[in-house]
Design a protein. Structure first.
Lengths: 387, 140
């Protein structure tokens, strides 16, 4: 991988996204122990742990969560990067292995089921602050309104992306939103307005959860793959970038930087992997709202700018289409347990590349891209490849 | 009446806010809010006041104060991004109701009163604290 050595995903685990009160220790333990079992390794084989966790007042730190697996003296580091928290925990684990500092690294992301943003806690929004963030629905609402003006995108296209992700989540047992019947564009449009033109069914689903990936060097990965009788999943790119100035740059109040941040980060990731957008079989993105998925289709180079609407309406980004996006339901329907979301993308992509994704399996999937945005802001793009 | 937080704007004699920006002579770029250095050249910047009128780049109307069900009384508000002639894009509350705004329309800066616990937000000396917002220009 790029200037570094190799790194492979050898185990993944997830606790379903939920709003049922569950302790962060339980969420972390379930995800972590499932990943260790998937890798058929004991915790004593783990050389370092990266906990992706946004601490909530009164709850234990991310570092303490590793105690559930035993007290081995392993170095543990808590990392946080807003929505990209799980992605950066994964990246740190990848870098530890790829640079030879560890043979086996654990990336463990978790989000509490209670705290700021939930019904029983004060809202973090709406308080006066000159540099405070706008409600995410508001910022992405402005992206959506501008695109309707520039490209002619319709609210039906935004609703179609949300409905697609809801319907993908029906096939994912770990998803928060699992509708009993197929979700329609009309249902999405008829749900509660949040921030024009967004409705509640277009918004990322809240919830707690846990996700974990075990990353290992080539020798360990080959041994595990042979033992388990499954293909290797290599991390062929891991890029993280922050904002660069663009004309019209919004410094105060914007949650994430300009859409171009995804384009430049993806370009670097493609270069690192020696691949291009035409090589991808499936993609996971930060689809907190459908406008994001629409914009990122273009910024990732899947099609030219202004043409993503056509791909969506032709069903090319749905399961069974040319390049499925958000195959597990994405933030909209799998849910957005902040610290875990990036690692939920790793869970989904790894299962897909192994051919273990069940009813939502992408036929012949060999290469998957994972994109996340973190408020502030950063963009993470990682590419996994079946060997 | 005082700005909610120092360094972002001042209140001019006509009662309207004037935004403080940083200007980079080397890059010929303005930034809001003020920066320590030029974001492009990393060189020095100077404080400048910005125009109080611009053009609406995009807008939305926020119906809910967070994800999911709202638990408190909440009436919604407009938010916009306004392009000023200096090349700066400002994100701010915009006055009006859904249907009042259109991309490209002229906008003017205005004062926005802040409230807390049902009354005006005041500092220790009893000064009412305000922030800035934009509204469609009178001739829009």
């Amino acid at each position: 991988m790029g200037p570094f050595g190799e790194a492979y995903v050898i185990g993944v685990g997830m606790h379903p996204v939920t709003t049922q009160r569950t302790s962060v220790r339980e969420l972390a333990y379930v995800a972590g122990s499932l990943a260790l079992a998937d890798a058929a390794l004991g915790f004593d084989r783990v050389d370092c742990v990266y906990n992706g966790y946004r601490p909530v007042e009164g709850l234990i730190s991310g570092v303490a969560l590793a105690k559930e697996f035993g007290l081995t003296g392993v170095p543990v580091l808590q990392v946080e990067n807003a929505s990209a928290t799980g992605s950066v925990a994964f990246r740190e684990a990848v870098m530890a292995v790829a640079t030879g500092r560890a043979r086996v690294a654990m990336a463990l992301g978790v989000a509490a089921t209670a705290g700021p943003g939930f019904d029983d806690a004060p809202s973090p929004f709406g308080k006066p602050s000159m540099d405070g963030l706008l409600l995410p629905a508001g910022l992405f609402g402005m992206w959506a309104v501008r695109r309707m003006h520039d490209v002619g995108t319709t609210v039906e296209t935004y609703a179609a992306i949300a409905a697609k992700n809801w319907n993908h989540a029906r096939l994912n047992p770990t998803a928060k939103r699992r509708a009993a019947e197929a979700v329609t564009v009309e249902q999405v449009l008829a749900s509660t307005p949040i921030a024009h033109p967004h409705t509640a069914m277009m918004a990322a689903a809240r919830g707690g959860g846990g996700a974990c990936a075990i990353v290992a060097d080539a020798e360990t990965a080959r041994a595990v793959a042979a033992d388990q009788g499954r293909p290797l999943v290599e991390v062929v790119a891991s890029e993280l970038q922050s904002e660069r100035y663009v004309p019209g740059h919004v410094f105060a109040g914007a949650i994430v930087g300009p859409p171009e941040l995804t384009r430049v980060t993806a370009r670097a990731a493609y270069e690192q992997a020696g691949l291009g957008p035409e090589d991808l079989d499936l993609v996971q993105v930060h689809d907190a709202f459908p406008i994001e998925e629409l914009v990122y289709i273009e910024q990732l180079g899947i099609c030219a700018e202004g043409e993503a609407d056509l791909l969506v309406t032709a069903g090319e980004t749905a399961l069974g289409g040319r390049i499925p996006f958000s195959t597990d339901g994405g933030l909209i329907a799998r849910g957005h347990p902040i610290g875990a979301t990036g690692l939920a993308q790793v869970w989904e992509t790894t299962l897909q590349l192994r051919g273990e994704a069940g009813a939502r399996q992408v036929d012949g999937a060999r290469i998957g891209l994972l994109q996340m945005m973190g408020a502030g802001s950063v963009c993470s793009v990682q590419i996994l490849k079946r060997r | 009446m005082k700005p909610f937080e120092a360094g972002y704007f001042e209140i001019a004699d006509d009662g309207r806010p004037r935004l403080w920006a940083s200007y980079s002579p080397e890059a010929d770029l303005y930034y809001f809010p003020q920066r320590k250095v030029c974001a492009v050249t990393l060189g020095p910047v100077e404080s400048r006041l910005l125009s109080g009128a611009g053009v609406l780049y995009s807008w939305t109307y926020v119906h809910e104060d967070r994800f999911g069900p709202s638990t408190g009384a909440f009436s919604g508000y407009g938010v916009g991004q306004i392009d000023l002639p200096e090349g700066v894009r400002i994100q701010a509350r915009i006055l009006g109701r859904l249907g009042d705004w259109a991309i490209g329309m002229p906008m003017e800066i205005d004062i926005l009163a802040l409230f807390q616990d049902g009354g005006p937000l005041v500092d220790a000396e009893g000064n009412e604290l305000v922030t800035f917002c934009f509204r469609p220009a009178d001739d829009a």
